[in-house]
Design a protein around this ligand. Structure first.
Ligand code: KIV
Ligand code: ZN
Length: 510
């Protein structure tokens, strides 16, 4: 029997720290259920002290999740720990995850504390957390740039205080695989009571080395990896769950480890994360990118046709691609839709299914075949909360000889407002008009468009990034009509900005 590496998923916490990637409570809950289905062992649901919205979302997730442990992140302050515990306490398997920085640069400039004071604070926090639950993780923030003997000292102290997991983060993505592996070996060799805790790693991808560092750490003795789906996260992101899991899976002779992840749910989960956060997956992204299994060169295509193993090290079905070729159409009924969604990994309530069925029929009227990717869009759209702005009507004229014009009606808190405007193209005309009707002062930072599937009847998928007074939000929309997709994306971004305005996140200072 191979030893299983603990997969600690932080898509909902560190992943949400990706610029613009905020999620509302129902989106987080849906994603948590999907991550549980994927088979992650620990689900870091959020940072409850950061905002009331985060607290509520973590509490709801804790109540719903059965198989995975649910962790709440907190600093070392008692009030933070209380907040984290308050949110996770009703979980079947709660975990408190407390952290403090340990590198001299953080101690000197950020915390303004001595090494002794930090050890004392960490021990005090862990002891308090242990008085609430035996399942306590301690993270040494900026661990990879900390003095190694000091790391061992603080780990020894928090383990003695009751921490059951000690995490060594490469917070700024500075580590190099050989060096990081050496650090893990050092910590294992020089922390006398390390066998009483699980040694974990948490890497960021600033040098594109997060997966390599994580795998090197596993080979050197780490037994928990902190990862996010699609590698989303602060700045350049975190270690990508799918890359680590598939490396263990694809190279069983090299790594004598396994994981509890059900790899066939990787692709649907990746799509859900992308749609909920509005963060597109780059086409050449390992495992989950649109090109990850596409063979362009003739030599490769010829080889794959003769034997897929010539150029494919993983089967697409293993990560949940092409497993179900069934397409639905306008004659498909509610039961077929429910069964198909279930196969895709989505268990919807009767109420959710009823709403989705109406949208499915509308789409099937416009598009002959409704495929999995279309359904994923509908599922994600169904999670959007009751919004301030909704698109009610859009009419656009454009062409080679006319001035592009858009007539738009928006419901602002259910009250219709309408108007018309022009622009230098149909999207510009539409966005100018929506911007005026919604009275927004936001700036459009990015606009991108792609097709969800092949074929000219494919839905266009638009993502936008908006900025207003330091707040950033992504918006996405899909529709067979690309101008409508653009309008939906813009309005979705505006709604997310409204959500951020009404759910402020406290700046986290230490
Ligand atoms: O990157 C980091 O150090 C973190 C810790 C809070 C674990 O996210
Ligand atoms: Zn992090």
């Amino acid at each position: 029997m191979k030893e299983s590496i603990i997969i600690f998923d932080t898509t909902l916490r560190d992943g949400e720290q990706s610029p613009g990637a905020s999620m509302n409570g129902s989106e987080k809950l849906r994603l948590a259920l999907q991550l549980e289905k994927l088979g992650v062992d620990v689900l870091e649901a959020g940072f409850p002290a950061a905002s009331d919205g985060d607290f509520d979302a973590v509490a709801k997730i804790a109540a719903a999740i059965q198989a995975a442990e649910v962790a709440g992140l907190c600093r070392t302050a008692k009030s933070d720990i209380d907040r984290a515990w308050g949110a996770v306490r009703h979980a079947a398997k709660p975990r408190i995850h407390t952290f403090i920085a340990t590198s001299d640069i953080h101690l000197q400039y950020k915390l303004r504390m001595s090494r002794d004071e930090v050890v004392e604070k960490a021990v005090e926090a862990v002891k308090y957390a242990v008085s609430l639950t035996p399942n306590v993780e301690f993270s040494a923030e900026d661990g990879s740039r900390s003095d190694r003997d000091y790391l061992c000292r603080i780990f020894e102290a928090v383990i003695a205080a009751g921490a059951t997991t000690v995490n060594l983060p490469d917070t700024v993505g500075y580590a190099i695989p050989e060096e990081f592996a050496e650090l893990i070996r050092y910590v294992k060799a020089h922390t006398p009571n390390i066998d009483r805790a699980v040694l974990s790693v948490h890497c960021h991808n600033d040098l594109g080395l997060a997966t390599a560092n994580t795998l090197a750490a596993v080979a050197a003795g780490a037994r928990q990896v902190e990862v996010t789906m699609n590698g989303i996260g602060e700045r350049a992101g975190n270690t990508s769950l799918e890359e680590v899991v598939m490396a263990l899976h694809t190279r069983p002779n090299f790594y004598q480890f396994t994981s509890n992840v059900r790899t066939e749910f990787i692709h649907p989960t990746s799509r859900l994360v992308s749609m909920i956060t509005g963060l597109p997956v780059q086409p050449n992204k390992a495992i989950v990118g649109a090109n990850a299994f596409a063979h362009e060169s003739g030599i490769h295509q010829d080889g794959v046709l003769k034997n897929p193993m010539t150029y494919e090290i993983m089967k697409p079905e293993t990560v949940g691609l092409n497993t179900n070729k069934m397409v639905l159409g306008k004659h498909s009924g509610r039961h077929a839709l429910r069964a198909h969604l279930k196969d895709m990994g989505y268990d919807l309530s009767d109420e959710e299914l009823a709403t989705l069925f109406v949208k499915f029929k509308e789409l099937a009227d416009k598009k002959k075949h409704v495929v999995d990717e279309d359904l994923e869009v509908l599922v994600a759209e169904g999670l959007q909360t009751k919004d301030v702005f909704a698109l009610d009507y859009l009419h656009v004229t454009a062409g080679t000889t006319v001035l592009p014009m858009a007539s738009v009606r928006i419901l602002v808190n259910d009250r219709p407002v309408q108007g018309a405007g022009y622009g230098n193209g149909p999207i510009d005309a539409t966005f100018n008009t929506i911007s005026r009707l919604c009275n927004t002062h936001s700036e459009l930072m990015r606009f991108s468009i792609s097709a969800i599937t092949g074929g000219t009847d494919a839905q266009g998928e638009v993502t936008v990034r908006l900025k207003e007074n330091g707040l950033e939000a992504m918006g996405r929309g899909a529709d067979p009509d690309i101008i409508t997709a653009g309008a939906k994306a813009y309005i979705n971004g505006l709604n997310r900005l409204e959500y951020l305005k009404t759910h402020p996140v406290e700046p986290v200072m230490d």
